[in-house]
Design a protein around this ligand. Structure first.
Ligand SMILES: Nc1nc2c(ncn2[C@@H]2O[C@H](COP(=O)(O)OP(=O)(O)OP(=O)(O)O)[C@@H](O)[C@H]2O)c(=O)[nH]1
Ligand SMILES: [Mg+2]
Length: 473
């Protein structure tokens, strides 16, 4: 278990009503006692004492007073101090929170004083939450959900994260893990006494258990990921088309601000422009791209390389054509590049098209989710497009049957490994392979779940997870 005491500013840098400096570890009490002068003389150390006697502090109460530089006697700030004694704290260690006025200088001065005390160092990003995990207060899915709450970009993403903080995903995985442990126990007995296997081992019951209580629930969780991971992670939507069809105009209409430059000159957009917005509670990440066509201009060529990379990365393409002009070879070339991905055909400049150019079935690929007519500069057709985006990707029933058991990518990959091992185990039992090989598959199934929950996990993966946190969390 970690032994050093850590400290950090836990609130964002900048001006604000209050700022919080947080300490966690054995030295927290000693440190605060050396720099905090409580208003109540009863809480001070000795008769003439200036500073606090931390033994007199109750847990979970607020104390008013001043932070004082012990070397000069100067008051740094008027503060409220709270103490959460171990194990009833965020980290399960002694935790102190100092609420001061919020400003860069004052928070830094207090932090510097704290760090001058013995055996205290600055916390790394996410280290408070990492300690909560290492000290067993939360599992890894809950720790990851904490960062998701902090980063939530929509109310639905927040709902998923909150459900996971309360341990819903962990509980579901725990149940599955228990079933695997049961099978492991039975199996261990038969590895030791193989002769008994025919008499006592109920092959069919074990196969049924594996299927109903382990394989199917794991498959359901993975299905939730496929259907709804965008709720957690956002949906990347790339606007693709040849130059001048109105991509940037559409981008601006969707995000409701003049973010991308629009001109009548083809080749205006040279780089990827990215913006996040919320549509019907879903986080959408739109990218406006450089138009694709035959060009020797080195800047355009670089821009088009980025467009192609964006096509690979995105979840959905808005494939834009100009409905006021006949089809060009560039439109068809782009179509062949994007049609492996789900796309919505956007026929823009419909205001100029009398009647709109008919493209027949030119773009009727199997990945075409919808066709929408727009006049981007007039904001016409934009809400219909938003509706098609949400319906096309998620479908109404998916959103209505909202279930917050959605793993993140790391968890999903570990659950997939567990599922594969369990399927192997099932085949093994069906083929009468009860020995070491079956035991290895069952163990692999358990190990992958342990990794998801964080019971067994490599240090570098842990570091990677907690490095995504901010300092002070
Ligand atoms: N009439 C009409 N003009 C439009 C519409 N959408 C865009 N335009 C005009 O078309 C021209 C090109 O628009 P942009 O949005 O810059 O087109 P783009 O596809 O981003 O172009 P590049 O960045 O060069 O690839 C501008 O003059 C826009 O005002 C529309 O719906 N109707
Ligand atoms: Mg543009």
């Amino acid at each position: 278990m970690p032994s050093e005491t850590i400290a950090a500013v836990a609130t964002p840098i900048g001006k604000g009503g209050i700022g919080i400096i947080r300490l966690s570890g054995k030295q927290s009490l000693t440190a605060i006692a050396a720099i905090f002068k409580p208003s109540s003389p009863k809480l001070r150390l000795g008769n003439a004492g200036c500073f606090a006697d931390s033994h007199k502090f109750d847990s979970h109460r607020l104390y008013h007073g001043n932070i004082i530089n012990p070397e000069t006697g100067h008051v740094i700030d008027e503060v409220l101090v709270s103490l959460m004694r171990a194990p009833h704290s965020y980290t399960r260690e002694d935790v102190i929170e100092i609420q001061s006025h919020s400003g860069l200088v004052v928070l830094n001065e207090i932090l510097k004083l704290v760090l001058k005390q013995d055996d205290i160092r600055v916390a790394e990003p996410g280290e408070f939450t990492k300690r909560a995990f290492l000290n067993g207060r939360i599992d890894l899915t809950q720790a990851e959900a904490i960062i998701d709450v902090v980063n939530a970009k929509s109310d639905k993403a927040l709902e998923v994260a909150s459900a996971q903080i309360s341990g819903q995903l962990k509980n579901a995985l725990d149940e599955i893990r228990k079933e695997l442990l049961n099978i492991q126990t039975i199996l261990a007995a038969y590895i030791d006494f193989p002769d008994d296997i025919d008499e006592d081992f109920d092959t069919q019951a074990t196969v049924d258990s594996l299927q109903r209580k382990i394989i199917e629930p794991l498959q359901q969780i993975l299905q939730e990921y496929d259907n709804k991971h965008v709720i957690r992670e956002g949906l990347r939507i790339s606007i693709i088309g040849r130059p001048n069809v109105g991509k940037s105009s559409l981008m601006n209409a969707l995000i409701k601000k003049d973010r991308s430059i629009v001109t009548s000159l083809p080749g205006t957009t040279r780089d990827i422009i990215e913006e996040n917005i919320n549509v019907r509670g879903l986080p959408l990440i739109f990218t406006d791209t450089a138009g694709l066509h035959n060009s020797q201009d080195p800047i355009e060529v670089l821009g088009m390389e980025r467009t192609r990379y964006d096509i690979e990365k995105c979840d959905l393409i808005l494939f834009m054509v100009d409905a006021s002009q006949p089809l060009l070879p560039d439109d068809l070339r782009i179509y062949t590049e994007i049609s492996g991905k789900p796309y919505i055909l956007v026929r823009n400049k419909i205001d100029l098209a009398r009647p709109a150019v008919e493209f027949g079935d030119s773009f009727d690929g199997q990945n075409c989710l919808a066709k929408v007519d727009t006049a981007a500069i007039l904001h016409r057709g934009v809400s219909e497009l938003e509706a098609r985006i949400v319906d096309g990707i998620l479908g109404r029933e998916h959103l209505d049957s909202f279930n917050p058991l959605i793993p993140n990518l790391r968890q999903k990959e570990a659950i997939e490994r567990s599922l594969m091992a369990c399927k192997e185990a099932k085949i093994g039992i069906q083929c009468g392979r009860f020995g070491e090989l079956l035991a290895i598959d069952i163990q692999a199934g358990i190990d992958a779940l342990d990794e998801t929950i964080g019971i067994k996990i490599k240090i570098d993966i842990l570091d990677e997870i907690f490095n995504r946190f901010c300092i002070g969390k």
